[in-house]
Write a protein that binds this ligand. Structure first.
Ligand code: NAD
Length: 251
């Protein structure tokens, strides 16, 4: 057993208010590439060109070409053992919330109940014109078969996934809830995030100012490691998080 997993388990078990912050890395083992991985979606579509709100407003059909390809990748994605371990840690009372930068709904599907969706959720669609909201599955045929951008039933505008594009602000409720959680936290489990996209990357730092312990699980060092991180667990989250869970369950 990795000594860092043993130490992390001790910290989480004695924590009064532990939270998790997750990023794209926790879903790579579910088949969804992160921004940094070689190959895949993000080499075909530069996020700076396709994932900005300006790009969507000026040419939504172009952005939907990327979104259709993304739908192909995400439609068969299922939670992996990393997502399930975090859900179990919440059930055990060890974790209070999962704050996720992911938009793939996999924490919720794994059984996590208190999920703060920092960057929204692609399973919902919204009309920028009238504010009407839709469930993505209402447009399943258009999204997967015909590849026609879904339109608002009220004003016929092309709908946008309810996710935060670059250039948009974080949903106020998610921002307020995560800041409050970060201020209360005495331990933060940071999983699969390069910690470069702000303000999400600031969440562990808010907690650290209040002397929270920062436990990082990643396949490589990040901007947080050696700066804010107290315990670094090296490896794939789909392996290390179930090990951490087992260590907590057995002690
Ligand atoms: P990122 O792509 O910048 O970084 C991913 C991090 O995860 C890297 O540090 C990498 O080393 C690590 N990683 C990769 N596979 C791992 C694994 N199996 N186990 C542990 N660590 C692993 O991701 P980010 O920091 O979340 O920032 C990217 C932004 O892109 C976020 O805002 C997010 O909303 C968005 N995004 C979301 C998804 C998704 O919903 N699944 C996918 C791609 C991008």
């Amino acid at each position: 057993m990795d000594i860092n997993i043993v130490k992390a388990a001790e910290i989480l078990q004695s924590a009064r208010y532990a939270i998790a912050l997750t990023g794209a890395g926790i879903s790579t083992e579910s088949g969804i590439p992160d921004f940094r991985s070689r190959g895949g979606l993000w080499e075909k579509y530069d996020p700076a060109e396709y994932a900005t709100i300006q790009a969507f407003c000026s040419d939504p059909e172009k952005v939907w070409r990327m979104l259709f390809d993304m739908s192909e990748i995400t439609r068969n994605a299922r939670p992996n053992p990393g997502h399930r371990a975090l859900a179990e840690l919440e059930k055990l009372g060890v974790l209070k919330h999962v704050i996720t930068q992911n938009i793939d709904n996999l924490h919720q599907e794994a059984g996590s109940k208190s999920v703060i969706e920092y960057h929204g959720n692609a399973s919902r669609l919204e009309c920028l014109s009238c504010g009407e909201q839709y469930q993505r599955e209402q447009f399943a045929a258009a999204l997967l078969g015909e590849r026609t951008p879904p339109r608002c039933g009220k004003c016929n505008e092309i709908l946008k996934p309810s996710v935060i594009f670059f250039g948009e602000t974080i949903p106020p409720d998610a921002l307020a809830r995560s800041q409050e959680a970060a201020q209360k936290a005495d331990a933060v489990l940071v999983v699969g995030t390069s910690a470069v996209v702000y303000p999400a990357a600031g969440i562990p730092l808010i907690a650290k100012q209040n002397n929270a312990a920062i436990i990082e699980c990643n396949t490589e060092h990040t901007g947080l490691t050696g700066y804010a991180t107290d315990i670094f667990i090296l490896g794939m989250a789909g392996t290390t998080l179930p090990e951490l869970l087992r260590q907590i369950q057995s002690s």
